[in-house]
Design a protein around this ligand. Structure first.
Ligand code: PEP
Length: 249
């Protein structure tokens, strides 16, 4: 797990998935073609974490959650804690997804508390960053990413972290960043992480699918993909894993 593999292909199911269909999804997963080079991870909704934990592990798939609150337990109606995610078998937790930033108004201060809580409880954050279309068009992408990454300043660099660069305009839109935009932005993100004392995997996310995965994974500085829509079906998820395996070979 973690940095031992070249790529991670992570499926973010968002608010999708019922018990029966998700168990069939796991049944339909084929064998990872390159387990030493590609790690597979699935982030289902909270309601499925316990039920999918064992079946996914048996298929060599790492479990993650899509968000969490930062407290361990207590009077926080409707929230879920890092301890509960560990108890359900999670390794990863997505933090800072643009849907949480934009719809639930999660900002840097809250995200820092969540990052610290994830680490304190043995979870690996999959920390999402990304610019809106207006910001890219205004030429402020790097400034936006730098601000989002500034949350990591002063954190213990030995703690596990995966970053996902997801241009907001590419999420769920069918538009992907061009290979030039991806390579250029990933270079900036790696450089900024190095300035903060970190060396970690940086995934690309935003309308990754079976048809474009290979060219995106081949871009300089890309260490995997965070996949939304195309991770809901076992065959398209496995095709993306296979594309990463071809690039790794
Ligand atoms: C995501 O939710 O992180 C995502 C990248 O979604 P999609 O692949 O559907 O664009």
């Amino acid at each position: 797990m973690g940095d031992s593999t070249q790529f991670v292909i992570a499926g973010n199911w968002k608010m999708n998935g019922m018990l029966e269909e998700s168990l069939s999804f796991v049944d339909n997963l084929t064998e990872n073609p390159a387990p030493n080079a590609v790690e597979m991870a699935i982030m289902p909704p909270y309601t499925l974490l316990h039920s999918l934990s064992k079946p996914l592990a048996e298929k060599g798939v790492v479990l993650g959650a899509q968000s969490m609150y930062f407290e361990k337990s207590g009077a926080f109606t409707g929230s879920i804690s890092p301890l509960m995610l560990r108890d359900a078998g999670c390794h990863y937790v997505i933090l800072g997804h643009s849907e949480r930033r934009d719809i639930m108004h999660e900002g840097n201060a809250l995200l820092r508390k969540k990052l610290d809580a994830a680490w304190e409880n043995g979870l690996e954050p999959m920390f999402c960053i990304g610019e809106h279309l207006e910001e890219r068009e205004a030429g402020t992408t790097n400034e936006v990413l730098k601000n989002q990454l500034s949350v990591l300043a002063g954190t213990d660099v030995s703690l596990p972290l995966t970053v996902a660069y997801e241009p907001v305009w590419a999420i769920g839109t069918g538009k992907t960043a061009s290979p030039e935009q991806v390579s250029e932005t990933h270079a900036f993100v790696h450089q900024e992480l190095a300035r903060l004392g970190r060396k970690c995997r940086v995934l690309y996310g935003g309308s990754v699918n079976a048809g474009n995965a290979e060219s995106l994974m081949a871009c300089e500085g890309v260490d995997g993909a965070l996949v939304g829509g195309a991770s809901l079906k076992a065959d398209s998820f496995m095709e993306i894993v296979a594309a990463a395996a071809r690039v790794a070979a």
